[in-house]
Design a protein around this ligand. Structure first.
Ligand code: ATP
Length: 355
């Protein structure tokens, strides 16, 4: 038997009937509904305003029912309707972002995964404590520009899609930098970005063992980031600045990638450390998470961020990836979530995968 999640339950028990897999209609919801349907779960889409019309074009991803709400921030007021449906909410990036991390944590409806993780992930300081104390390598951080000895990236807290991030080639490049809010100065890691899609099951008893469960690697992507990905075609950043263009990292899409097989042990080690430490810190992360890092030319993986829920890059793999195909055919992250709910329910262990 595994451990119970550390947060006290904020909702009543699920009824005996099959839970309804529910999420906000956005981000990775089509994949979540599709995966839930494959595993026989009823599905419900919470839409801001009328149901999105383009869902009609995707009959296999469209939920069985919609719950339109005027504003995402008002979802808590619809908790009774969701609980009547025996709903389990699946968090995704937009769901947590639009509702706000604190409000999401307080929702009086069962949530897939351990909602305690949100407090650790949404605060960059706490996230660093978690990762560094797990022994994960991160980009160096400078508290003062005088310490800078190479290229740096200046990140503002809460910047959506890296809005306003500033790049400097060296200490001199920071001379004209005037911060406009709380920020960190971080080593700019030169290398190749990988966004690694993991799933941690606390109830699985086979596979790559971590803590009392197992860690699965289901896919990998790289994000297309607006104008920064095209920077090299236009020359150095100064040239861009002369033209009045600031580099941005606004995500516009995703491309699939695979890593050299010889680098997989390093990637699994990073994932395992993050999970093991989460068990000590807050009872453990459950389900999908994404490790976002840069592989340097020395083949060292430095992690600049983690997302502790399904990421939009998994939308590439609705019918499987080069990795998930080796776990089970046709295994999307959405379907993996549904399989976890199904297994936990069959084993009477739902309390270990929802909070
Ligand atoms: P989001 O929430 O959209 O993921 P964010 O505002 O949290 O973005 P980060 O994910 O930390 O910001 O960074 C955005 C982008 O900046 C990354 O995808 C990556 O391309 C680049 N980046 C971040 N940190 C570094 C670093 N230390 N070295 C090199 N590039 C970096």
């Amino acid at each position: 038997m595994g451990i119970q999640l550390s947060e006290p339950a904020r909702h009543g028990p699920l009824s005996e009937k099959l839970p309804t897999v529910a999420t906000l209609c956005s981000h990775s919801s089509l994949q979540i509904f599709h995966g839930a349907r494959l595993e026989g779960f009823p599905t419900l889409g919470i839409s801001r305003g009328p149901p999105p019309r383009f869902y009609d074009a995707f009959p296999l991803g469209r939920p069985d029912k919609f719950l339109p709400v005027p504003e995402v921030r008002e979802i808590a007021q619809h908790a009774d309707e969701l609980n009547r449906e025996n709903a389990v909410l699946v968090p995704h990036g937009s769901f947590v972002e639009y509702l706000g991390p604190e409000a999401f944590q307080r929702l009086p409806v069962p949530v897939f995964g351990n909602r305690a993780v949100i407090g650790w992930e949404s605060d960059r300081e706490k996230e660093r404590v978690w990762l560094e104390s797990a022994g994960v390598l991160m980009p160096e951080r400078f508290t003062d520009p005088s310490q800078v000895d190479g290229p740096v990236i200046v990140k503002y807290y809460g910047a959506k899609g890296g809005k306003g991030f500033f790049l400097a080639k060296n200490r001199d490049g920071l001379k004209d930098f005037r911060p406009t809010g709380p920020h960190v100065i971080q080593e700019y890691v030169l290398g190749t970005r990988y966004y690694v899609h993991f799933f941690y099951s606390p109830i699985s008893e086979t596979g790559y063992r971590v803590a009392h469960g197992s860690l699965e690697l289901l896919g990998m992507d790289r994000r297309d980031e607006a104008n920064i990905d095209e920077l090299y075609k236009l020359g150095a950043q100064e040239e861009l600045l002369k033209a009045g263009i600031r580099p941005t990292f606004v995500v516009t899409g995703n491309v699939p990638v695979v890593l050299r097989e010889s680098l997989l042990p390093q990637i699994f080690d990073v994932g395992a450390r993050i999970v093991a430490r989460s068990v000590d810190l807050f009872g453990g992360m459950v389900g999908p998470f994404c490790v976002e890092g840069i592989m340097t030319e020395d083949l060292v993986f430095k992690v600049f961020e983690i997302s502790t829920r399904i990421v939009a890059g998994t939308n590439l793999f609705v019918s499987g990836s080069s990795y998930s195909d080796l776990v089970r055919p046709q295994l999307s992250m959405g379907r993996r979530i549904a399989l976890e709910l199904k297994a936990a329910r069959e084993q009477g262990r739902l309390g270990e995968v929802i909070s």
